[in-house]
Ligand binder design. Structure first.
Ligand code: HEM
Length: 202
């Protein structure tokens, strides 16, 4: 066991192997190829939720853990966060955001309602609003949070004044995204239950 859990890569592979065993036992593997129009959206939905959890999990880590903890950390220890942990977390954060947008749009396309959802057609209103909210959040990640974090963390060198402003801008936008994550996630999961009209088939 130690051999597996001492390596993150092997741990991920072990998780995939367990999934394949479950799918084999459930008989799902035998169905692959027969029902491609069912399997592809299912696999995409799984990938989408995995990368979405990675993104929003890190967003909530920043807001629930890192930002509130920074004032409690002695100044000489702060670089451990700003130079090591935060850049690593931001790497997974921004690429997971992009992967979530791509898998989400592909999922909507495989489900056959991409255009209707983006145009807020009545039957796809919940997922349409969820998709636009999440895309606005991803835009904020790439075009506001990340450029400002690069200045705040010293990846891009700027004056002390500009650095403080950038840190504040990144923090406020991160808070804004945390706020939007609440309605966004409701809209994501609501579509399966008939959108906003609970129980009605969509
Ligand atoms: C960024 C743009 C996004 C797009 C275009 C998108 C698109 C979609 C689509 C089309 C569905 C299928 C809805 C259905 O018919 O049931 C879906 C479901 C879902 N999405 Fe997203 N999504 C995005 C962001 C996110 C994010 C950030 C999360 C965070 C975890 C997320 C989590 C989920 C979950 C949990 C489901 C429900 C899966 C289920 O009910 O089986 N999505 N999304």
């Amino acid at each position: 066991m130690g051999v597996i859990f001492q390596s993150l890569g092997r741990t991920i592979v072990a998780g995939i192997v367990i999934l394949l065993v479950i799918l084999g036992l459930a008989g799902t593997l035998g169905e692959i190829g027969k029902d491609a129009h069912v399997i592809y959206p299912m696999v995409m939905r799984w990938l989408h939720v995995m990368v979405g959890v990675m993104w929003i999990g890190l967003l909530w880590y920043f807001n629930f853990v890192q930002i509130p903890s920074m004032p409690k950390i002695p100044d000489e220890q702060k670089p451990a966060v700003s130079k090591v942990i935060a850049p690593e977390a931001l790497f997974w954060f921004r690429w997971a955001a992009l992967a979530t947008v791509i898998t989400g749009l592909l999922l909507a396309s495989l489900n056959g309602y991409l255009h209707q959802a983006l145009a807020f057609k009545r039957d796809f209103l919940a997922i349409g609003i969820g998709m636009w909210l999440a895309m606005l959040m991803a835009f904020n990640v790439w075009f506001i949070i990340w450029p400002n974090q690069k200045k705040a963390l010293g990846i891009v060198q700027v004056e002390a004044d500009a650095k403080a402003k950038a840190a504040r801008m990144a923090m406020l936008t991160s808070r804004f995204n945390t706020m939007l994550s609440i309605p966004m996630l409701y809209c994501m999961v609501a579509q399966q239950n008939g959108g906003f009209l609970l129980g009605a088939a969509s």
